[in-house]
Design a protein around this ligand. Structure first.
Ligand SMILES: NC(=O)c1ccc[n+]([C@@H]2O[C@H](COP(=O)([O-])OP(=O)(O)OC[C@H]3O[C@@H](n4cnc5c(N)ncnc54)[C@H](O)[C@@H]3O)[C@@H](O)[C@H]2O)c1
Ligand SMILES: O[C@H]1[C@H](O)[C@@H](O)[C@H](O)[C@@H](O)[C@H]1O
Length: 339
């Protein structure tokens, strides 16, 4: 850290999310600067570094993490590259904000948990940014207050306008519904114990090999049922909505977080077209909270345990999707570090 306490961050992966986080650290939030950027694509990383004063470009994450200017790491490479980056960050005892997923499967997530426990202190915050969205935060506050009584059901909708051509059917669960896994565990303070996947007839616009939309149902250890509509190619925009049904009332978010306009012959608002627009404020608040906590020497937010738990539910979800059966979630015992 500089004398003023400014955190030098290395951003690993400068694709869509990484480049947006670089812009966020450089232009939006306070207390940090982009000290290094890393990408296996040498041209891309150089063009990102060239736009920022004092920012070094690397193609090797380990070299960036060894640099004296780097105090913390933001991992935004693809999921399969996360484990290696996290283990390297632990070698230097660096704090990490790791984009979801922590890792792509439960076994590798457990290895990360074990390595963090060997350090003896938490180092990782996982990028489940919905926890920082003002609407989700208000819903959490209301549920925690107990005013509506105990939650019984959680109805969730997750619609993408479209998904890239490399998207596969398991990614409906691993890449998209993983957010509802974390959101449900966090909102309810409960673990997910079983998953089922139901399919309507596929949309005519579903890409080959993907049954789209699907209904993913979670059971929790507190007896709540959660249903998630995942519709990856709905065509009209990006929508994330949730409604909690409790004993004495219901609460719904995500209907219209923007302006509502009356105009000739019509009433309504705009629909965001992607997650970058819909969750802009959540991403800003997430990164600011990470920087602030790191500068205080603390680690907060979704932990490696939360990343592991989501990975375990993903595995059950992908099996439920493939077999049509109810699949129970196998969860390791929660280590003391994460209690
Ligand atoms: N929180 C969210 O809402 C959200 C949204 C989108 C993506 N994500 C997550 O962010 C991460 C990145 O996604 P993206 O959409 O930006 O992907 P992307 O493909 O646009 O970018 C990934 C970048 O990482 C680089 N890269 C690949 N392997 C690398 C390695 N070993 N070391 C360094 N760089 C490497 C690639 O060259 C590319 O530039 C993923 O984990 C993804 O799941 C999160
Ligand atoms: O990778 C993205 C991202 O995680 C978004 O937040 C999610 O809404 C999309 O469905 C997913 O494809």
């Amino acid at each position: 850290m500089t004398q003023q306490g400014t955190l030098g961050v290395a951003v690993i992966g400068t694709g869509r999310m990484g480049a947006d986080h670089v812009r966020r650290i450089d232009e939006v939030i306070s207390g940090a600067r982009v000290a290094a950027v890393v990408d296996i694509d040498a041209e891309r990383v150089k063009s990102v570094a060239d736009r920022i004063e004092g920012c070094a470009a690397y193609t090797d994450p380990a070299a960036a993490m060894a640099a004296a200017e780097v105090d913390a790491v933001l991992v935004a490479s693809p999921g399969p590259a996360h484990e290696a980056a996290l283990l390297e960050a632990f070698r230097h005892d660096l704090p990490v904000l790791c984009e979801k997923p922590l890792t792509p499967d439960a076994a590798s997530a457990l290895r990360v948990l074990e390595a963090e426990q060997r350090l003896g202190h938490r180092r990782v915050q996982v990028g489940f940014m919905r926890r920082y969205d003002p609407e989700f935060a208000r819903l959490k506050e209301l549920l925690d207050s107990g005013e509506l009584g105990r939650p019984l059901l959680l109805h969730c909708r997750h619609r993408n306008a479209s998904v890239p051509s490399f998207f596969t059917e398991p990614m409906l669960v691993n890449d998209s519904v993983v957010h509802e896994m974390d959101q449900s565990r966090w909102l309810l303070g409960q673990e997910i114990t079983a998953v089922r996947v139901l399919r309507p007839r596929p949309s005519a616009h579903a890409p080959a090999g993907i049954g789209d939309p699907q209904l993913v149902i979670f059971e929790t250890d507190g007896g709540v049922l959660v249903d998630v509509e995942i519709f990856a190619n709905c065509g009209f925009g990006y929508q994330v909505q949730a409604e909690a049904v409790c004993e004495r009332g219901t609460a719904r978010i995500g209907e219209s977080h923007q302006m509502l306009v009356n105009r000739a012959g019509g009433w309504g608002g705009e629909i965001a077209q992607d997650f970058v627009a819909r969750f802009r404020e959540a991403y800003d608040r997430q990164v600011q909270a990470w920087v602030d906590a790191t500068r205080r020497g603390e680690v907060q937010g979704p932990s490696a345990w939360d990343g592991y738990a989501a990975a375990a539910v993903c595995e059950a979800g992908v099996r439920a999707q493939a077999t049509g059966e109810r699949v129970t979630v196998e969860l390791a015992e929660r280590p003391a570090l994460y209690r």
